[in-house]
Design a protein around this ligand. Structure first.
Ligand code: AMP
Ligand code: ZN
Length: 137
């Protein structure tokens, strides 16, 4: 269940400190030590799973609901203007801690965060080819 080398499992076990802001039977939410904005929190399942592809389905649902709770509180209590939920799946996608987690990042008008890509129209044929692969059952 727990991975002895996993820093987030150690937080779940209470072996290393964290500033916990929400918890339920399946999830724990705590402040990120390197916040992108004021109120940046992480939501994790208590049970260890490395990433989005391996996390238990019921845990994933519980994490989603916890994310929504925190997003609502960020808007109500921190007066955030919006919220980003971010999950990185795999090292190539910037994942650095391999215990599934979702970043709940409150957004404020004028904050310095920017999209990491420049949205621009794509090649329709290539979009269609990728779609075919994704839609194949
Ligand atoms: P990611 O790069 O998506 O895997 O996110 C990992 C996040 O965990 C980073 O934003 C780190 O700042 C955060 N982090 C790492 N160690 C801790 C810790 N002990 N307590 C709180 N946040 C942490
Ligand atoms: Zn873990």
């Amino acid at each position: 269940m727990a991975d002895p080398d996993c820093i987030f499992c150690k937080i779940v076990a209470g072996d290393i400190p964290a500033t916990i802001v929400d918890e339920d039977e399946r999830t724990l939410s705590f402040m990120d030590i390197a916040p992108a904005t004021r109120g940046h929190a992480l939501v994790i399942p208590r049970a260890h799973a490395p990433d989005l592809l391996s996390v238990d389905g019921e845990d994933l649902k519980a994490v989603a609901l916890a994310c929504r709770r925190l997003a609502g509180r960020a808007k109500e209590r921190l007066e955030a203007d919006g919220v980003n939920l971010i999950n990185s799946c795999g090292a190539m996608a910037w994942q650095t801690v391999f215990h599934f987690h979702v970043h709940v990042i409150p957004r404020y008008e004028g904050d310095p965060l920017r999209l990491p890509w420049d949205p621009a129209p794509g090649d329709p044929e290539e979009i269609a080819r990728a779609a075919q692969e994704l839609a194949r059952t």
